[in-house]
Design a binder for this molecule. Structure first.
Ligand code: NAP
Length: 250
């Protein structure tokens, strides 16, 4: 079993990826900012009998991101999960521009640079998987967060075509509302989201790992979101824009 590097491995979807892949026998490189939480995760994952390496890095910081890039370039990994992320819920006009920039640094720049660093080693090995955690938000017009996730999905789909036949698979993972720390960290009001719209992170991760193995460029967990992913392709764009205007946290 090869090594999996997971960004944002201390909470939510990233932690579920780490637990699931460790249970399957993959050594784990866990990346996040909070060193104490990384240590707690490492202790748990070592219980599955795998090697665990920790990189405490803030992916908004180019020098710290470069440390992670070097890790995947110099010692190729079998699986890269670009998962770390957060939302900035504010009006763009007059909003905090540095906060927007930090979000793009993590959701777009880190995903692009880590993928670029990991790919040559994977292509040389003739196998590998890159899972880029995007969002259903990329289907609607929900501010810079949505725009970033649309980038992640289109980037992953494009790359999947570019590297077809190399043995390396790239999948954009598009979760809907998933129980994690995400909404609390973003101070999002989600009390009005109906229960049927919520996913469990294990459902998202299990679906993603099946889809990447099957070479599917986009992974959508849950019947409700699969139906929406089809519907949204046929909805008139003004209706999609209207949906974006009604998004939670706006
Ligand atoms: P979460 O529970 O808040 O976990 C976020 C993880 O990212 C944490 O491990 C956090 O650790 C790490 N992180 C945040 N900022 C970072 C930074 N600057 N540098 C390095 N690591 C950073 O959220 P989640 O819901 O699991 O989110 C994971 C991904 O799923 C994100 O890309 C999010 O956009 C996407 N997503 C979530 C949902 C949802 O409903 N939850 C839906 C669609 C897509 P530290 O704070 O220690 O750095």
């Amino acid at each position: 079993m090869g090594t999996a590097l997971i960004t944002g491995a201390t909470s939510g979807i990233g932690l579920t990826f780490a637990r699931t892949l460790a249970r399957r026998g993959h050594d784990i490189v866990a990346v996040a900012r909070d060193r104490d939480r990384l240590e707690i995760v490492a202790t748990e994952l070592r219980g599955y009998g795998v090697e665990v390496e920790l990189i405490s890095a803030d992916l908004t910081d180019r020098e710290q991101l470069a440390v992670v890039e070097r890790r995947v370039r110099d010692q190729p990994v079998e699986i890269l999960v670009n998962n770390a992320g957060f939302g900035v819920m504010q009006q763009f006009a007059g909003g905090d521009l540095d906060a927007e920039q930090r979000m793009l640094d993590v959701l777009v720049t880190a995903v692009m640079r880590l993928t670029h660093a990991a790919l040559p080693g994977m292509i040389e090995m003739g196998s590998g998987a890159i899972l880029n955690v995007s969002s259903i938000a990329g289907w609607i017009t929900g501010g810079t967060y949505s725009a970033s996730k649309a980038w992640v999905t289109v980037f992953s789909e494009s790359l999947a075509i570019e590297i077809a036949g190399t043995g390396v698979h790239v999948t954009a993972v598009c979760p809907g509302f998933t129980h994690t720390e995400f909404h609390q960290r973003a101070s999002m009001e989600v009390d009005t989201i109906p229960e049927w719209m919520w996913l469990d992170s294990q459902e998202v991760v299990d679906r993603a790992l099946i889809d990447v193995r099957r070479g599917r460029p986009v992974s959508v967990a849950g019947r409700q979101y699969k139906a929406m992913s089809i519907a949204v392709q046929y909805l008139p764009r003004p209706l999609v824009r209207a949906l974006g205007a009604r998004r939670p946290g706006r």
